[in-house]
Design a protein around this ligand. Structure first.
Ligand SMILES: [Zn+2]
Length: 234
């Protein structure tokens, strides 16, 4: 995604800057033979349309892009924050029709993103354990381990955990990593019932499954809304 946008203050429109603005369009040639290259320069066009207007650049704030539904949906509406000088603005990216270009517009207010649920990837965690350590661990041990992860995760505050990955299909999902102290606590809960050798295998398994959407990371579900003067706009 482009980091910088050109903003027209008079029309409330934005254009993401970058080489993609000069990517040519292609059309079928006469009689359906071959393709014709149609040159395009959206930045030049934007500057021409807004020639006498007040223009300025703003920058996308990393990690604030949110939207509902699948990223593969071309009609999906997304929102993000951008910095225009010292002012933070909310940008809505929307396509009104499939055959029309995407529109970027400024909304008054600020983007509020809140955590709503923190979940263990229990099914995938169990499956990965069985795949990697199924021959080394007793079935009971695998169940106890998944249970211990769930118990520890249950009372955690999402704000205390590091976000380590996002979900390309749904911007309201993120992956967060358990801290060293949480991993130690999970093993402590098993110490009385599980052989020391199994604990070592589990210790290694945890350390090797902590990147991005790996099974030891938790799924954080978020909700978002645009807030203006303390009340949600929608
Ligand atoms: Zn304008």
């Amino acid at each position: 995604m482009t980091r910088t946008l050109l903003r027209c203050y008079d029309c409330n429109r934005l254009l993401p800057l970058g080489a993609h603005n000069r990517a040519p369009d292609w059309r079928r040639g006469p009689g359906g033979c071959g393709y014709l290259e149609i040159p395009r320069d959206d930045e030049e066009r934007f500057r021409r349309i807004h020639a006498d207007h007040r223009l300025g650049e703003c920058r996308v704030v990393e990690g604030t892009i949110v939207g509902e539904g699948s990223a593969a949906d071309p009609m999906r509406v997304t929102y993000f924050e951008a910095m225009a000088g010292r002012e933070t603005i909310v940008v809505r990216r929307v396509r009104t029709r499939l055959d029309r270009p995407v529109i970027y517009e400024v909304l008054p207010g600020r983007l509020v993103i809140r955590p709503v649920a923190l979940e263990v990837q229990s099914r995938d965690l169990r499956r990965q354990l069985e795949f990697e350590l199924g021959e080394k661990l007793a079935a009971d041990t695998i169940s106890s381990f998944v249970g211990a992860v769930e118990e520890v995760a249950e009372r955690l505050d999402p704000d205390d955990l590091d976000e380590v990955g996002s979900d390309a299909r749904d911007a309201r999902l993120a992956y967060v990593r358990l801290g060293e102290n949480h991993l130690a606590e999970i093993l402590d809960r098993l110490r009385n019932d599980v052989p020391a050798e199994s604990l070592q295998w589990l210790h290694r398994f945890m350390a090797e499954n902590l990147e991005a959407n790996d099974v030891m990371n938790l799924v954080l579900r978020k909700t978002f809304f645009v807030e203006k003067g303390g009340s949600p706009l929608y």
